[in-house]
Write a protein that binds this ligand. Structure first.
Ligand code: HEM
Length: 365
């Protein structure tokens, strides 16, 4: 079997096939991309970055935690719905944007990193994965984070950064020589880190914005196509993060308590790119003067245990999109699809395990 090479952006263009594999999938199993599934882990051509080698990278850095996601291992499932106001139909024929349509949503809040019982920390990247279940088995899956841009332009950059920033045993800190060498080679990562500092994390999940970061192409019913990036902007009041260290599960406990007290809401904002805006570089922000469309409101109503059939078993592969949305040529997107499939395949083979954050103790399940 030929090795897939993640250094080549064209190596595995996300396709309608990937989307179709996701459609009707039971708990995400169908989203496992068969191409990636069949790939070996780089034994034949050890210098090439394959999905297997990238996934191995997570195990090198975080250790191997059988049954858990290789990244964003700590998380909690949620459920709710999206109510569209019709404005999104101007740019996409996806039914999710039809005026007045309510779409059921299954999601998962998470913290980045491959350690399932890691202590919550303000600076750790917060994630939100969502699966919108549309009529006729169509789905829209997305995984977003609370950062304004991504740190890496390419899968190779992601892999090298992950290894360069690996904590040295004993010190708990990365090797300064390795991080300096990496950053000298990657000015785009330095710029992304500076931008992230200007938009510090908020007090918790409920008042975080979540950004899709990668670009997608939206096509409307007249056949017009525009580049789009999307964000979820909290309708909860935004508060600054605590300056003190957090309790071990504090962010998740606050989220579960908030959901117990009532629904949480986010506006979905679509940002429309102009022809000069990069579509294949998630480290670059688009100018904030770009046209935006408020497409509707996401309402999350309950925290769920990570039980079978809920957030735990979903592969939030961002290339699973409905008609009216197409992945761009961003090399991160095809890599994400392949690596999430690897991660899913490994954890499924090991017996999927539930994240130590359990909503059942505090919530309505
Ligand atoms: C080359 C770049 C990337 C790699 C290699 C990577 C890798 C991974 C892996 C292995 C997982 C676990 C998948 C699973 O087992 O289900 C994951 C989850 C996740 N990733 Fe990425 N990722 C990348 C880029 C991104 C970007 C750009 C974003 C946000 C815009 C993102 C957001 C997330 C989120 C929110 C999750 C958790 C989803 C869940 O709860 O299952 N990742 N990532």
């Amino acid at each position: 079997m030929e090795q897939e090479d993640l250094q080549s952006p064209a190596s595995r263009a996300p396709s309608r096939r990937a989307a179709l594999l996701g459609i009707g999938a039971v708990a995400g199993v169908g989203a496992v991309d068969l191409g990636a599934f069949l790939l070996a882990s780089g034994r034949l051509t050890p210098d090439r970055l394959t999905p297997g080698r990238l996934t191995d990278g997570f195990e090198t850095v975080f250790g191997k935690h059988a049954g858990f996601r290789r990244n964003h291992a700590k998380g909690v499932g949620v459920a709710g719905s999206f109510l569209a106001n019709g404005a999104g139909s101007a740019v996409s024929e996806a039914v999710v944007f039809e005026d007045g349509r309510t779409t059921p949503v299954t999601g998962r809040f998470s913290l980045s990193g491959g350690v399932p019982d890691v202590a919550d920390a303000t600076q750790t990247v917060r994630g939100l994965g969502l699966r919108f279940d549309l009529p006729d088995g169509e789905q829209w899956r997305t995984a977003m984070i609370n950062r304004p841009v991504f740190q890496d332009r390419t899968p190779q950059g992601f892999y090298e950064r992950m290894l360069a920033f690996k904590a040295i045993p004993g010190t708990g800190k990365p090797d300064p020589e390795k991080t300096a060498a990496f950053l000298a080679e990657h000015p785009e990562t330095v710029r992304a880190m500076e931008l992230a500092k200007q938009q510090p994390p908020t007090s918790g999940f409920a008042d975080s914005s979540f950004n899709g970061l990668n670009t997608f192409h939206f096509s409307n019913s007249s056949g017009d196509t525009v580049p789009v990036r999307w964000s979820l902007i909290p309708l909860q009041p935004v508060r600054p993060a605590a300056k003190r260290p957090l309790g071990r599960n504090e962010l998740f406990e606050k989220l579960i308590a908030a959901l117990d007290a009532g629904p949480l809401r986010w506006r979905m904002v679509l940002t429309i790119g102009r022809p000069e805006d990069p579509v294949d570089d998630a480290t670059e922000a688009w100018p904030d003067t770009r046209r935006t469309i408020d497409a509707g409101v996401l309402t999350l109503t309950s925290a769920r245990t990570e039980a079978a059939g809920e957030g735990r078993d979903i592969n939030f592969d961002p290339t699973v999109v409905p008609r009216g949305i197409t992945p761009s040529s961003d090399p991160l997107l095809s890599a994400r699809s392949a690596v999430y499939a690897q991660s899913f395949t490994r954890r499924a083979g090991e017996g999927i395990r539930t994240s130590p954050v359990k909503a059942a103790e505090e919530s309505d399940v």
